[in-house]
Design a protein around this ligand. Structure first.
Ligand SMILES: C[S@@+](CC[C@H](N)C(=O)[O-])C[C@H]1O[C@@H](n2cnc3c(N)ncnc32)[C@H](O)[C@@H]1O
Length: 355
């Protein structure tokens, strides 16, 4: 993904403040002052800021201008959503209530290859486990990724069986599905269910060989991550993190940095969804549920209230390096990358287990 220089960010902020005060130039003149390759993102920044203040009529010309020049459908999909929502810049749907759209979303080719690469890297990086495996899947979703990782460890001859699985997820639908999937995959294993967010789970039951958190712990601020991720390290010798890189934690609401990151990640994400053949209503349900809910939360709610806090890879490493005492990072890998989006994995291991 691209980051804004502080000079460029300052120019965007100054221009936006004039526009919000009603003193700005016309859309075309203001956009012409921005570098051509940044114009769509700038229009998205201004358009979403106006829309988030309930000024949708003023936002529309910015989004229309952005739509005409954008390489990814960030402005155009937002226009479509605003149209469907009667001009309201509000979160379209509660995420993760129905398990089926996640199945569709996780099979998108880029996400699918990122998940396969994650499994390969994690399999190579984890050691042999002599006793039957015990693992914890935090924010397990359907449980499918954990199951695939265990199958891969089995094929690599690194495990002798599965004894104990802890599945944690706040969504009853997801937890139910994961319980069924894990029960079918490993019929002899004991399965413990924790229906909670990590930050709300009082005690983590059991002790595990590894814990895995894939696309699930970016829903809390850095301050919460610093408190709760070390709890996963306390109950397991290995911690595997798989995350999308983004700049949605530290930047404040209304900052150019926040909008620029959302433009890239969610614009590219919508493009993936729309490029994958499916009925229009399935594509829309998928984009609305998994992308626009988060995008609108980030762009309209202050830090602490928004639902999503993707961080840059270096920020994760800094936070985990500080928080996981006695652990070291034994594997860091890029699982997917293009010019806008990157999915990466980090494997931390406790002292002796790391060598
Ligand atoms: C994008 S899905 C990923 C599911 C699974 N880990 C995977 O990679 O296939 C994110 C999951 O995290 C869960 N989740 C959201 N916030 C969470 C939190 N604070 N703690 C634990 N799980 C959370 C959601 O309910 C959802 O099932």
């Amino acid at each position: 993904m691209y980051l804004l220089s502080s000079e460029e960010s300052g120019r965007w902020e100054a221009a936006a403040s004039e526009i919000l005060d009603g003193k700005g130039e016309s859309v075309a003149r203001a956009a012409a002052r921005v570098r051509p390759d940044m114009r769509a993102a700038f229009c998205y920044y201004v358009g979403t800021m106006l829309a988030s203040q309930g000024r949708t009529d003023e936002a529309l010309p910015w989004l229309e201008y952005g739509k005409a020049v954008e390489p990814i459908p960030a402005c155009s999909y937002l226009l479509d959503l605003l149209d469907r929502q009667g001009g309201e810049f509000v979160i379209p749907e509660v995420a993760f209530t129905d398990p089926r759209p996640w199945g569709h979303f996780s099979s998108l080719p880029s996400l699918s290859s990122a998940r396969t690469n994650f499994i390969e890297r994690a399999t190579a990086s984890l050691p042999d486990f002599e006793a039957p495996l015990r693992y914890a899947d935090v924010g397990c979703g359907s449980g499918e990724l954990g199951i695939r990782l265990v199958r891969s460890l089995e094929s690599a001859g690194k495990i002798t069986g599965v004894e104990d699985v802890m599945l944690m997820d706040p969504s009853p639908g997801m937890l139910d599905l994961a319980q069924r999937n894990v029960g079918q995959a490993f019929p002899g294993a004991a399965v413990t269910l924790v229906q909670a967010k990590l930050e709300d789970a009082r005690e983590l039951p059991g002790r595990y060989d590894f814990s895995i958190a894939s696309s699930s712990v970016h829903h809390m601020t850095a301050e919460q991550k610093s408190v709760h991720l070390p709890r996963l390290a306390e109950v397991a010798d290995h911690f595997l993190l798989s995350e999308l890189e983004g700049n949605h934690d530290y930047p404040a609401l209304g900052s150019p940095e926040l909008a620029f990151s959302v433009y890239q990640i969610f614009g590219r994400g919508v493009q993936w969804v729309m490029d994958q053949p499916a009925p229009g209503e399935v594509q829309r349900a998928c984009a609305d549920t998994f992308l626009m809910t988060e995008a609108i939360s980030i762009l309209s709610q202050p830090r602490g209230e928004r639902t999503e806090y993707h961080m840059l890879r270096g920020q994760w490493k800094e936070l985990l390096g500080r928080g996981l005492s006695g652990f070291e990072c034994v594997c860091e890998a890029t699982c997917y990358a293009d010019e806008y989006v990157e999915q990466f994995m980090l494997h931390y291991a406790r002292g002796a287990a790391a060598r």
